[in-house]
Write a protein that binds this ligand. Structure first.
Ligand code: GDP
Length: 434
């Protein structure tokens, strides 16, 4: 999917436009404590194109002076986006800060579409010609608050989308990404994996612009590590800001089958870890929790058990994710990682036979009778798997209202135990069938 970023001075209306373009698409799918979806990255749709939209204004970069902040936002857009919407305030004309940003964008050679905001009525359209001087071609008059002109703007944006050769997505290949706070060791772990014996490496450039994916083959299984470029290209100021790491994580998660959630054994679990892990869970990807820097801890079975208990307590909703302990630095226990990734991926894509599924459900019901509500009992008729990645099941019942949350969890766990869905979330839906 292409990525579009909105840049512009504060108060030109970036968030308003962002919300307009994203519409109602953002909803909090699940209430996970500690996870509130930052509205800086979301999916939008225009005609037949779906794309991801970034509001760079939402990435607060400390209390830097305006000009520095804007320069950094422009750099983020240049690094992350295929097309940039440069938003200006049509009531203020071109300011010095706008010119600075324009210079940066111009140098980057990325396609830029000019949106001139706050043009709320037709008479004001006369004023937009001055914006031609920025050198980005036709300026599009829009009104974020009235929702005017967005269609033409989007036509221009979509027109710049790179014509990619179809992403070579091979069903047999396992796509995975590494996410985690800055300095947990993502780059180190990628490098360690690539330098491991018995691993064959090749880089595929240009799956998305500026992203470099790396394929590696081990024990005849192909893997693709997503966006290793993002991990190698380092040292920019904004890389340490929390929202930027969230943005990177969301981008990587989207293309992954399996997400490795990295935790730093040395510093322990932080609030930001939980947030980042929450995104992977919400997206329904397979997950492996990787406790890195295990060399800094006295490493024995007992320490591992204790740390795992802590992980389980902090990430209760990730009870399905296996925990791998390793050191990217010394490569200790590194060999345990890819097998865990492979298992999680297989389970994520697993289909179970309907008859066995129904046997499991009926056994579960025999063991723990269905709940009643106001004298009415839940009746389960049958169940079927409707999707993979993640495995999703529909249970047909007399009345979905009677499916109590705890009973749903109970059935989910029975399915999980019966088929061994280690590493993957599974979903269960109750549907009415008379
Ligand atoms: P990233 O920001 O998540 O990509 O983290 P880096 O890979 O850049 O690592 C951050 C710091 O942690 C660097 O100084 C690494 O040398 C160090 N580091 C990474 N992995 C390990 C490890 O397994 N053990 C120890 N002791 N240090 C590590």
């Amino acid at each position: 999917k292409s990525v579009v970023a909105i840049v512009g001075r504060p108060n030109v209306g970036k968030s308003t436009i962002f919300n307009r373009l994203v519409g109602e698409r953002i909803s909090i799918v699940e209430d996970i404590p500690g996870v509130t979806r930052d509205r800086i990255y979301a999916e939008a749709e225009w005609l037949t194109s779906k794309f991801n939209l970034i509001d760079t204004g939402g990435i607060e970069i400390g209390d830097e002076p305006l000009l520095v902040q804007m320069r950094q936002q422009a750099e983020i857009a240049i690094d992350e986006a295929d097309v940039i919407i440069f938003l200006l305030n049509g009531r203020e004309g071109i300011t010095g800060a706008d010119e600075e940003v324009a210079k940066l964008l111009f140098k980057s050679n990325k396609p830029v579409v000019l949106g001139i905001n706050k043009i709320d009525n037709p008479e004001m359209r006369e004023t937009i010609y001055e914006y031609y001087s920025l050198g980005f071609g036709e300026p599009f008059p829009i009104s974020g608050s009235h929702g005017l002109g967005l269609g033409d703007l989007l036509d221009a944006v979509v027109g710049h989308f790179p014509q990619r050769s179809e992403e070579v997505y091979d069903e047999e290949t396992i796509y995975f990404s590494l996410i985690g706070r800055p300095n947990v060791g993502k780059s180190s772990l990628v490098n360690a994996m690539l330098n491991e014996e018995r691993v064959i490496v090749s880089e595929i450039e240009g799956t998305t612009r500026d992203a470099i994916d790396t394929t590696l083959t081990r024990d005849e299984q192909d893997y693709v590590i997503i966006d290793t470029a993002g991990m190698r290209k380092r040292g920019k100021v904004y890389e340490t800001t929390e929202k930027y790491s969230v943005l990177r994580a969301l981008k990587a998660i989207e293309r992954s089958d399996v997400v490795l959630v990295l935790i730093d054994a040395e510093t322990g679990i932080r609030e930001q870890d939980k947030k980042i892990a929450g995104y992977a869970h919400e997206a329904g990807r397979a997950i492996v929790i990787v406790v890195n820097k295990w060399d800094t801890v006295e490493s024995n079975e007992k320490a591992m058990k204790e740390f795992e208990t802590k992980v389980r307590a902090h990430f209760q909703y990730l009870d399905y994710a296996p925990v791998v302990f390793l050191s990217a630095k010394t490569k200790k226990r590194l060999h345990t990682l890819l097998p865990a990734v492979k298992l999680a991926s297989e389970n994520h894509a697993k289909r179970v036979p309907t008859n066995v599924l129904n046997d499991v459900i009926m056994d579960a019901i025999a063991m723990n009778p269905t709940p009643t509500l106001k004298g009415k009992r839940l009746k389960v008729l049958y169940a079927t798997q409707v999707a993979v990645k993640p495995p999703s099941f529909v249970v047909f019942v007399n009345d979905p209202e009677l499916m109590h949350f705890s009973y749903e969890r109970f059935l989910e766990n029975k399915i999980r135990d019966a088929f061994g869905f280690v590493g993957t979330p599974i979903k269960l839906f109750a549907r009415r069938r008379q």
